[in-house]
Design a protein around this ligand. Structure first.
Ligand SMILES: [Zn+2]
Length: 663
């Protein structure tokens, strides 16, 4: 029997460490044909970036003042380390941003990255603070009558603990008297165990989260974890260095820490609009925002402080309606409506708005203006995509037709530093119409490896495809060049010239991208073409906290998506699992094509496995071996043992580092 935790990953996998393979030298032929040296911006890229800088007023203005305002202290150490002394977060890693935008970075993304890289403990208002710049996200700290109420304890226990230490050292040592998770994404709860323990919770410290939090914190990345986590490495540039030719920021925040992600379940899930709770003497008025940026999310208003927290519903960027790492598509219309509700209800009684990423906005009029712009950008992409779609546009046509509205040039919090108009329009299209554009030829396409070879042949062979692609590259037509070279690489991944040119093309697209996610995706793609797919071993995507929170049926559904029918050579049978520690029984029907778990027992099972769920979790995590559990009596199998091993042997173990830029 072998069980591996793959697939039980955090979609928001933390940084994996930089790739160590040396890049392959570009081929002589590509260099002779004019391939730019890696890390060089072409004339077209320089021009595109200069044009944007000329069109927008990129001075930092009030955003710069807001991002720097009232810094009280900062971490003076070189790095935040874990218990083994490994670097979780290098404090000076973004110091290179402290200069003018280089040719290799979109100047608007450069500005955003500079703003997000300001780090330290900042005062937001009387009794409200934030620790920013040590993680992808921001931890807010509210002074209660006796201690600190922490809002969103970052991604990793190490960064969260360092943030709390900075707070205590600067403002005076106080206990944590409450923790809030604004939503079900790991960069808002992963650090919890760095600031609060099970004993604190048992002693009565409340941990509040939005309704549906526990289910969604695990389920959104349970079944699809391997693909989502792998894509996250591209989207967040986890394997890229931090430099002017690589990762400069995620648009949403500086980057992901290389730390420990925990999950401490909430003591109460809050629902509704206007629900009030008093925590350590402070009144919180909650506003449910489920189904906007996350499936479970709330914002809150602090009436005594005239302060509004918009969680991740409204931040200083246009967010993802459908994130490139993958998630269920979000509802842009609902998103816009929720922001409008908050504007109507709290816009004229908020002196400051702060969120769980980026810096706050001060002044009632500015708060209202911020909420208006945020409301409008989600409505704009929604309405204009549907307008075009209803007029007959396909998905790609609709996305091309949605042009930058004037207000995006005036209010930079609506610009596409994370989500973009282009991919968010496609997401809106998908929300309503599914994955295809409505053209019959697109419905049942051949796989890309097949069409790629045929395109190459139809275009006149590999040499001719290189010429066509190079002509596109030389004309600065990088989107077309990418498509042409991509055919060549998918037809023949060993075509070194094709790889060289595709890599160079991705690099220019990355250097021009205003979205940090696009930039990282393109530049990681370029690096993987040069160096090959990273060889860093399968990361352990499992985690006892997470597994514990997974209902047994969901756990077996996650195993079912790994089923290899070709390995099943017996007549269908049933295995019953008994979990005494949960007082649960689950039966699993093993058929030729599918395995079907169902809660409850069944008659005549081929085998019955009695094991505590906690031991099964340890088995899945590789912390316990089947034989050891059997000999210690912690796992009992009655009936046919071979049935149990047949099922587990038929579970696939997908590689984490599967190819993305080659077939
Ligand atoms: Zn977040």
């Amino acid at each position: 029997m072998r069980i591996i935790a793959t697939g039980l990953g955090l979609a928001l996998l933390t940084a994996c460490g930089q790739q160590e393979q040396a890049p392959a030298e570009p081929s002589e032929a590509a260099i002779e044909a004019g391939l730019p040296a890696p890390g060089t911006a072409t004339t077209f890229t320089r021009q595109a970036n200069a044009d944007l800088a000329a069109r927008l007023d990129l001075s930092q203005g009030s955003d710069g003042e807001d991002a720097r305002r009232d810094r009280l202290a900062f971490i003076e150490d070189e790095a935040i380390l874990n218990a083994n002394g490994d670097v979780v977060w290098l404090i000076p890693q973004f110091e290179f941003l402290d200069s003018d935008a280089p040719e290799t970075v979109n100047p608007s993304l450069w500005r955003q990255s500079q703003l997000a890289a300001h780090h330290g403990l900042f005062q937001v208002a009387e009794g409200i603070y934030q620790v920013r710049g040590y993680d992808l996200s921001v931890m807010s700290v509210i002074e209660g009558e006796t201690g600190w109420i922490l809002v969103d304890p970052l991604t990793a226990t190490e960064t969260a603990a360092a943030a709390l230490k900075l707070v205590n050292e600067t403002l005076g040592e106080r206990p944590v008297t409450g923790v809030l998770y604004t939503h079900s994404h790991a960069d808002h709860f992963g650090g919890a165990r760095g600031v609060i323990s099970d004993e604190d919770v048992a002693a009565g410290v409340p941990v509040l989260a939005p309704i549906g939090f526990s289910e969604n914190a695990v389920s959104e990345n349970l079944i699809a974890g391997n693909q989502m986590s792998r894509r996250a490495t591209l989207m967040f540039g986890n394997t890229l260095p931090r430099s002017t030719t690589a990762h400069v920021g995620s648009g949403l925040g500086p980057g992901l820490p290389n730390g420990t992600v925990s999950l401490l379940l909430p003591t109460e899930e809050i629902e509704g609009r206007g629900t009030v709770r008093v925590i350590d003497g402070i009144t919180f008025e909650f506003i449910d925002a489920a189904g906007t940026e996350a499936p479970a999310e709330f914002m809150f208003y602090l009436p005594e402080k005239r302060a509004l927290c918009t969680a991740e519903v409204a931040t200083a960027t246009f967010h993802n309606v459908l994130t490139p790492r993958g998630a269920k598509v979000r509802d842009a219309l609902k998103w816009s409506r929720v922001i409008d509700h908050v504007l109507a209800e709290y816009g004229d009684r908020s002196d400051v708005v702060f969120a769980s990423h980026h810096w706050p906005t001060w002044g009632q009029e500015n708060v209202a203006g911020f909420l208006e712009s945020q409301r409008d950008i989600y409505r704009y992409v929604h309405d204009q995509t549907l307008r075009n779609a209803n007029a007959g546009a396909t998905m790609v046509e609709a996305a091309e037709a949605v042009e930058e509205p004037d207000f995006q040039g005036a209010d930079f919090t609506t610009r596409g530093y994370y989500g973009t108009l282009n991919h968010n329009a496609k997401a809106v299209y998908q929300h309503y119409f599914g994955w295809w554009g409505g053209v019959p030829a697109e419905y049942n396409r051949l796989p890309h490896e097949v069409t790629a070879a045929r395109y190459v042949e139809a275009m006149g062979g590999a040499e001719r495809v290189l010429e066509i692609g190079q002509a596109a590259f030389e004309a600065g037509d990088y989107r077309w060049a990418a498509e042409v070279f991509n055919h060549l690489v998918f037809a023949d991944p060993d075509n070194q010239e094709g790889r060289d040119w595709l890599s160079a093309t991705y690099e220019q697209l990355g250097f021009q991208a205003e979205s940090g996610a696009w930039r990282s995706y393109y530049l990681t793609g370029a690096a993987e073409l040069r160096r090959g797919t990273p060889d860093l071993g399968n990361p352990n995507l499992g985690n006892p906290d997470f597994l514990k929170a997974v209902p047994s049926l969901d756990l077996f559904d996650a195993l079912a998506v790994r089923y290899m029918p070709e390995e099943m050579d017996r007549d269908p049978f049933v295995i019953v699992f008994e979990f005494p520690d949960r007082d649960e029984t689950l039966s699993i029907l093993v058929e030729k094509a599918v395995i079907v778990p169902r809660m409850g027992s069944t008659e005549d099972p081929a085998a019955t496995v009695t094991i505590n769920r906690s031991d099964l979790d340890r088995l899945i995590l590789g912390e316990a071996a089947p034989l050891g559990l059997v000999t210690s009596g912690k796992m009992k199998i009655s009936g046919k043992r071979s049935a149990v091993s047949t099922m587990f042997d038929a579970l696939d173990q997908p590689d984490f580092w599967f190819n993305t830029v080659t077939p």
